[in-house]
Design a protein. Structure first.
Length: 481
């Protein structure tokens, strides 16, 4: 994910010979497989959590680090990795990232302790952050501007579908591998896919960076401040075994660190290329769009976590049954993502607002339905319709919001804008899982009732969607003035 389209000549002219078009298509296909693999691991692990808890005696705080730690290191690596690929060639960075992702997947699958598993997930997230921006940059490098619509559309669909089907695929793997060790195959499945992508990526990706190498620095101080700030904010939410009011002292420290990050970026921008360009926040649609993405991904990725934890820990369902329960949401998400991408130019931010309202209302309906399921009835049958509607609403949010957020960003800042947006999505996922996880485990610990915990967590996610809706409505109102 570079900070600008790479300079230099195009790899091939528009409408080039058939062999060159096939090579570009094959390279894109390999890149999409790798992106699918890395983003699948955002949600596929959800259904494996109860099995991990039994096998490794995993504490609630470790569960949250397994989930949110991956998203956090993923997000922090995106911009530096994109810049490195811009300057030194995407092929090498892509292959190194995929190989590291495969190796850390093996390490996670072999984990003998919870600490080992958390460490492997943190490294796995960093490896994923190396891979994804190279694919975005590959589209800019291989395809002329007039031909980028289709590959970017395929990339967006891959992002949406991989996250949505993770719980179902994870449930299938655990069903096949067994309840005791099946969770390990959630990680091992990445290895053959990763080796396939690494070998073909080395053969098909361009060997060298085009044009003049990009020697911009990575802004290590900015990266350190951002990572430390987010980590300090997450600590009191995740480390629930910390007792007393001092547990929350890291929260103001984190906010102060994030404020220092903002000040540093403004100062650094006067001299060199910052991690994130502060000028972009002066564009209202971009500023609000990033905030919408930050909030929505905090709720969206937590839906699968809450649903699977309740069904498995609360009701004793299998991992496969829990994965199947999320299928209606995944189906609605996939369908609406395609439609949303096509009609966003006509619907604008109103389309995003409609999607957010649909999600917020549908999740409240899910809570009401679960509360009224007759004794002995299958919960997943009762929740199928509202989850399908919630998925349809979600599909009208993610892709359209991304398009609208980047629409007014100047071309020279397009890469930086996309990098900040995607980093916000990943950090939102990390913060959301930590917050929602804190609520569901605290409520269950206080009441001993998983149904009450499920209610609290789902209503919180609905509230997060409603808050994002307020931002979307703000943008709509300001546009009409």
């Amino acid at each position: 994910m570079g900070d600008r389209p790479p300079p230099g000549p195009r790899t091939s002219p528009p409408g080039g010979d058939l062999a060159e078009q096939q090579r570009r298509g094959a390279a894109l296909g390999v890149g999409l497989v790798a992106v699918f693999m890395t983003l699948l691991d955002v949600s596929i692990v959800n259904v494996a959590i109860p099995s991990m808890e039994r096998a490794l005696d995993v504490a609630p705080s470790d569960v949250q680090w397994v989930l949110s730690g991956y998203a956090l290191t993923f997000g922090l690596m995106l911009v530096p990795a994109g810049r490195f690929g811009d300057g030194h060639g995407r092929r090498t960075v892509f292959v190194v990232g995929v190989v590291l992702f495969s190796l850390t997947s093996v390490a996670a699958g072999l984990a003998p302790t919870a600490t080992w598993l958390v460490a492997a997930r943190l490294l796995q997230g960093a490896a994923a952050g190396l891979v994804t921006p190279q694919v975005t940059g590959l589209v800019q490098e291989l395809f002329p501007r007039s031909e980028r619509g289709r590959p970017f559309g395929l990339l967006g669909a891959t992002v949406s579908i991989s996250t949505a089907i993770g719980p179902l695929l994870g449930g299938l793997l655990i069903h096949i591998g067994g309840s005791e060790h099946g969770w390990r195959w959630v990680f091992f499945v990445n290895v053959p896919i990763g080796m396939f992508a690494a070998v073909l990526g080395w053969r098909l990706f361009p060997r060298h960076a085009q044009g003049v190498p990009d020697r911009r620095r990575f802004d290590p101080v900015g990266l350190l401040l951002l990572g430390a700030g987010v980590l300090l904010v997450l600590l009191p939410l995740v480390q629930q075994h910390w007792q007393g009011p001092t547990r929350w002292l890291t929260l103001p420290a984190g906010l102060l660190t994030l404020a220092a990050f903002a000040g540093w970026e403004r100062w650094y921008a006067r001299r060199r290329e910052p991690l994130f360009d502060p000028r972009l926040l002066g564009i209202r649609s971009y500023r609000l769009g990033v905030l919408i993405a930050l909030l929505y991904f905090g709720g969206f990725t937590s839906i699968f976590f809450v649903l699977t934890v309740y069904l498995q820990n609360g009701l004793g369902h299998s991992a496969l049954a829990a994965g199947l329960a999320s299928t209606p949401f995944a189906a609605g998400f996939a369908i609406a993502s395609v439609v949303g991408g096509r009609v966003v130019n006509r619907g604008g931010r109103s389309l995003v607002a409609l999607g957010l309202a649909t999600v917020a209302i549908s999740l409240v309906v899910v809570v009401l339905v679960v509360n009224r399921v007759p004794t002995g009835a299958t919960v997943s049958w009762w929740t199928a319709t509202p989850l399908l509607v919630a998925g349809l609403g979600s599909g009208l949010v993610v892709t359209p919001n991304q398009a609208l957020t980047l629409a007014q960003v100047p071309v020279p800042q397009a890469g930086s804008g996309a990098g900040m947006l995607e980093t916000g999505q990943r950090i939102g996922s990390a913060a959301g899982i930590a917050t929602v996880g804190s609520v569901i485990f605290s409520a269950q610990g206080a009441t001993g009732d998983w149904l009450v915990a499920f209610h609290h967590a789902m209503l919180l996610i609905s509230g997060i969607a409603a808050l994002a809706l307020c931002l979307a409505l703000t943008d709509i109102v300001l546009d009409r003035r």
